[in-house]
Design a protein around this ligand. Sequence first.
Ligand code: COA
Length: 703
Amino acid sequence: MENIAALDSLFQPKSIAIVGASNTEGKIGYSVVHNLIESKYAGAIYPINPKDPEIQGLKAYKSVLDVSGDVETAVLTVPAKFIKSVIDECGKKGVKSLIIITSGFSEVGERELEDEIVELAHSYGMHILGPNIVGVLSNSDSMNASFAPFLPLNGKSSLVSQSGALLIAMDASTYTRRVGFDKLVSIGNMSDVNFGDVVGWLDNDKNTNCITLYIEGFKDGRHFMEVSRKAQKPIIALKSGVSAHGAAAAASHTGSLAGAAKVYGAAFQQAGVVQAADLDNLFDRSLALSLQPPMKGDNLLIITNGGGVGVLATDAAERFGIPLQFAPKDVQVELKKHMPAFGSAKNPVDITGMAGTEWYVDSVRYAIAHPWVDGVVVLYCETAVSNPLEIAQGIKAAVDEAGVDKPIIVSYVGGEKSENAMKWLVENGVPAYGAPDTAINAMAALRDYARMRELMDVNDETHHEVDREKALKIIASAREDGRDSLTEIEAKQVFAAYGLPVTKNALAKIEEEAVKLAEEIGFPVVMKIVSPDILHKSDAGGVKVNIKNSDEARAAFKTILENAKAYKADADIHGIVIQEMAPWGTEVILGSVNDPTFGPTMMFGLGGIFVEVLKDVTFRVAPVSQGQAMRMLGEIRGAPILAGVRGEAPRDREMLADTITRYATMILDLSDEISESDANPVLVYEEGKGIKVVDARIILKKK
Ligand code: COA
């Protein structure tokens, strides 16, 4: 959406018409009017009903056209068959936006009807939220324009949910979880206003500190990424439905590995969106992100009065990606002053079960202000000698006094007194959780957020000299042959046009030519059959390696042809490729898919058994910057192999990352043509010695 401000009318309308308002309790049209009144909505409420002159004590109108004042937004709760005529009236009235609660559109196969209502609304310059939604709720505007029974517990995050039922349930659970929201937005079928639009609007909303998303699927993944990358506020997402997607019927290796979990994970990473593992985690992380600043470094300090919770937190810190370091000497010396002799000032800092408010406060005050410390987690086990609420108040005062832009998170394990203290903490802006690992996980969200943003600031641009015309010509000639995949030679030519380091190749049709080309390329060489009918060349006896001289080349030519004919008598044989025999290196695989949500997407992994058995691969949506490509190399389990293990020299990761960026440029640039591709294997040599693409495969989009 070009003009995000157009959505003001959806989220902060000064007047609302409810078309389909009703006096019959239990109807949705009843609930919306009732909820607007109950929430003390201050704007004008115009119930629209064909029969009743009064709805729930408010003057009602037969049509929105009968209202004399302005109507900024209309909530539609009439059956689907009436929606078009109602939209028409709203348009004529000059309504700015529509909240369409009604079901019965694309979610039940009525896509055409949905397209029609969007077109109609747009013809009047109106936007549609929904259809098939619960509505919009806003604490800061005292507005419950929905059929969810009450406004959520007030909070500093706003939640956008694609599931209506879940939104109503989450609304109720805000009170039991003690995690509040300012706005709840039900987004439904996203016929018009989509996730990216709402994120863009909430990013400018002064009452929203963090944008919390429950996502089932995007319509336009790239738009969401673009908006999220530019957002100034943290975004946290829970994506459901990641188990079976896209992996079916893939023509390439990469295609079979590109599940939704991995591709969405990559897109979130690139867009700086923090991920939640489940619903509880969504609430917990959202609370921390809405109340505390990001953690801008890796130095987490834990202060505890109990060894057990300290160890649990230490384990969790490693698990969630912020492993603990010992605090520097000066920190240890100072902290030692605020604990008994048998305490520990390392990290976790154990001020022991004897700790009362004073030791907690003194330790927190010192630690949070120290330049080494990037974030503090305070753990507390309820004891007979301490007062949980007093400690909570002391911690808060110490943090305020320090006046630093660093996060603090608390975990209390105990009974009712501890519960009350945690409630006080959350109400006063300090996230508090009932388990140490949850507190660490919440801190990890603040660290993840900062880390993603730090990386995003690094130059994300990719500029490569490319020969697009040449690549397109090769593809066009394959299409002219009636093929929807390229031969290895053609695929390598396309790769080479985008600067990927491919092995030297030449195609020989007859024996003499093969010998001549092998001599030109230089021995040893590899010879392989080229036939669109023989994809698994080795199985067909169509590959000979380490050919050392002209005689061997002559013999290999004959044998390969014989084998190929024996394998498939009527195979269409283009010839035999003579290829430079690349020296041994670490085998990796690069590949691409055209993801249904995000478009051209890159994959990287170690080759052979790592990809076949362990599926140790990682993804990025194209384009991929050098920094992101380096991260890809670091995030697979087999990363140490590239870094150099057991005395082996590190591999040329710079060049490999550079190749990933070029590959990503290629699939983006040729996204109309390339469906899937693999470069497998790619051999990676020692640092400074480069890499070589040994085999390549490109599958074209069907046209
Ligand atoms: N203008 C104004 N009011 C109209 C109207 C029109 N053109 N046409 C009908 N109405 C009135 C009806 O008279 C009725 O009021 P009444 O109770 O005074 O008679 C009211 O609108 C509702 O119409 P009704 O036919 O009773 O429908 P309903 O309330 O049974 O169902 C929906 C309407 C929209 C709730 C239903 O079609 C639907 O889509 N339900 C699912 C909604 C949902 O769950 N969405 C979220 C999914 S997460």
